[in-house]
Design a protein around this ligand. Structure first.
Ligand SMILES: [Zn+2]
Length: 208
């Protein structure tokens, strides 16, 4: 598989980009890899990059976007932060990726058993992590069930995963609300913004 070029990027659409990622994750789940020579891709991309998708995912060592979607050099912009939320700088990165560098799809990728989400569920406090975790609180508060406080913590994995999913939804809502550039591009059909969850038990990505 070759690195993307200006020509191949120009033939990509939001729907085709999503298909590429779904196919890549299928290969990953089946332990197949597209045949690519990374060193050759270094060479092929030295003059420029023409990626087709931007993926916001967690720093979790098990959720590398390039690996779980079986992508090579120059294929995707990968934004990673514990808890995969957005702030001004990340929105700026996404605007660069879509408006200036031509990617057609933004994926907000949460994952099961996320440590940052667990920390938020437990209202953990530690150094600079306290502030980071506070940013996930809206997702914790937005999940209504269970009501019993004793079940609203990281020991309840079902709750944790519900919060992860809600966090993805709220992150997409924030992208729409806080980036007129990306909202406008989506309205015009130039890009699509989708949510997904990666299952650390199976390697499967479920888009929703
Ligand atoms: Zn995580």
């Amino acid at each position: 598989m070759k690195a993307h070029t200006r020509e191949t990027q120009s033939t990509m659409t939001p729907a085709k980009s999503l298909e590429y990622l779904k196919e890549g994750n299928q290969r990953f789940q089946n332990n197949l890899k597209a045949n690519r020579n990374l060193l050759e891709q270094v060479n092929d991309t030295s003059e420029g990059q023409f990626p087709f998708a931007t993926i916001l995912s967690c720093i979790d060592s098990r959720v590398s976007a390039e690996l779980v979607f079986d992508q090579g050099l120059g294929d995707i912009f990968s934004v990673r932060i514990a808890g995969n939320f957005v702030n001004e700088d990340i929105l700026g990165s996404m605007e660069f990726a879509c408006k200036l560098a031509g990617t057609k799809l933004i994926v907000v990728l949460g994952h099961t058993s996320c440590g940052a989400i667990k920390g938020a569920c437990d209202h953990a406090e530690m150094g600079n992590l306290t502030k980071l975790i506070e940013k996930i609180n809206p997702a914790v508060n937005a999940v209504a069930e269970p009501k019993d406080e004793s079940l609203r913590n990281s020991k309840n994995l079902e709750f944790v995963d519900k919060v992860s999913k809600k966090n993805v939804e709220l992150t997409i809502a924030r992208i729409h609300a806080e980036s007129p550039i990306l909202s406008e591009m989506e309205k015009k059909g130039e890009i699509k913004i989708v949510g997904a969850m990666y299952d650390i038990n199976t390697g499967a990505v479920a888009f929703y």
